[in-house]
Design a protein around this ligand. Structure first.
Ligand code: PLP
Length: 374
């Protein structure tokens, strides 16, 4: 029986390994381990890829979000509006600025921030908005940006799942004041360890992050602000330069696989992803929604197909955020979607027989659960 992994990084890396090992030798020979010229080279390349004026390498995507929020002026006592249908890190970045996360619900088709709910969440304390380009699909940025402008709010994009995605032909990350990326190994552009980045067209934001990530040092031991150690490793900069060259092709293959899934799953009782008009997604995740999700997940695993759940519990329902007092039922779309989300295998190297196998396994699983129910 053909097995289908959720993700196969080894297969993705294999053709690149000779080049990566040579690059690692160069980093080792030059001892440019923390920041340095390999990081700077990647920053130039990633800025060009994102059509941004600046790209700053940092230690991980969570630090990228945290530094960017500080850079746009978020501070203790502020409120920052975001979504609960995201990875925990989006919200941690807000609370670790001393600010209070305020959640708005998502659109039930695109799973991104519903701009129609935004205005009602704004208070005199609101400082910034953090839309999340979840699963690699850009949030509906034009109305979000218009509302932000009207109220004098900063917009920090969580683009950690959306490297290379486009909104009305503009690359994500450059639409707001700053865009934050994760290069965690499993992301569309992944390092060989932890790494992240911020892109921005604002000189002041870039200057702040350049200082912040290096203990606020203007030059050695001249600390002009209370910063942090959030530098990117030289080894990660080197591998990211190599992998960036394959990102556009990988994204194209993901879109092709998504189109094949769309076709193969057409007759099944599942909700398939909806791509909003004018948007070019990058399918970091291909998430469907299905009844009896946990049973389906297990049955798929038994059939040799590894699926995932992104994410089983919306952030406001996590124990960590109990103290925010956001009751169950207050974000109905986020909560309902979380119960049904099932992420199918998605990575550039998936083969046609594997895609067919996933669809067959899903059809078999759903037919079986229907029989049980009947
Ligand atoms: C991965 C991810 C992050 C955090 O990135 P790390 O590099 O793991 O710190 C933040 N937000 C979203 C939506 C992510 O998927």
């Amino acid at each position: 029986m053909l097995k289908v992994p959720f993700l196969d990084l080894r297969l993705h890396h294999e053709p690149l390994l000779t080049e990566v090992r040579e690059a690692f030798d160069e980093v080792i020979d030059s001892c440019a381990f923390a920041g340095g010229r390999f990081v700077e080279q990647f920053e130039g390349e990633f800025a060009a890829f994102c059509e941004a004026k600046h790209a700053l390498g940092v230690a991980n995507g969570t630090d990228a979000l945290w530094a960017a929020l500080f850079a746009v002026g978020v501070k203790s006592g502020d409120e920052v509006i975001t979504v609960a249908s995201t990875f925990m890190a989006t919200v941690e970045a807000i609370t670790h600025c001393g600010a209070k996360p305020v959640f708005v619900d998502i659109d039930e088709r695109t799973y991104t921030m519903n701009p129609a709910l935004l205005e009602a969440a704004i208070t005199p304390r609101t400082r910034a908005i953090v839309p999340v380009h979840l699963f690699g699909q850009p949030a509906d940025m034009d109305p979000i940006l218009a509302i932000a402008r009207r109220h004098g709010l900063a917009v920090v994009e969580d683009a950690c799942q959306a490297h290379g995605a486009r909104y009305k032909n503009r690359p994500v990350g450059t639409l707001g004041d700053a865009g934050c990326f994760s290069f965690y190994p499993g992301k569309n552009l992944g390092a060989f360890g932890e790494a992240g980045g911020v892109v921005t067209n604002r000189d002041d934001v870039a200057d702040f992050i350049r200082l912040f990530r290096d203990h606020g040092q203007r030059k050695k031991y001249d600390h002009v602000l209370d910063g942090w150690n959030a530098r990117m490793d030289g080894l990660q900069g080197a591998v990211l330069s190599i992998k960036l060259k394959h990102l556009a092709r990988g994204n194209e293959l993901r879109r092709r696989h998504a189109a094949v899934y769309d076709e193969l799953l057409r007759e099944l009782p599942v909700v398939r992803p909806v791509v909003a008009p004018g948007v070019e997604p990058v399918f970091h995740i291909y998430a469907i929604r299905v009844a009896g999700r946990d049973l389906v997940l297990n049955a798929m695993a038994e059939a040799g197909v590894s699926c995932g759940i992104h994410y089983p519990v919306p952030v406001h329902r996590m124990k960590a955020y109990e103290h925010l007092g956001v009751p169950a039922g207050s974000l109905p779309v986020s909560e309902t979607c979380a119960e049904g989300f099932l992420s199918l295998p998605m990575f550039p190297e998936l083969t046609q027989p594997q895609l067919v196998r996933v669809a067959e396994a899903l059809a078999g699983t759903l037919a079986l659960s229907e029989e049980c129910a009947g």
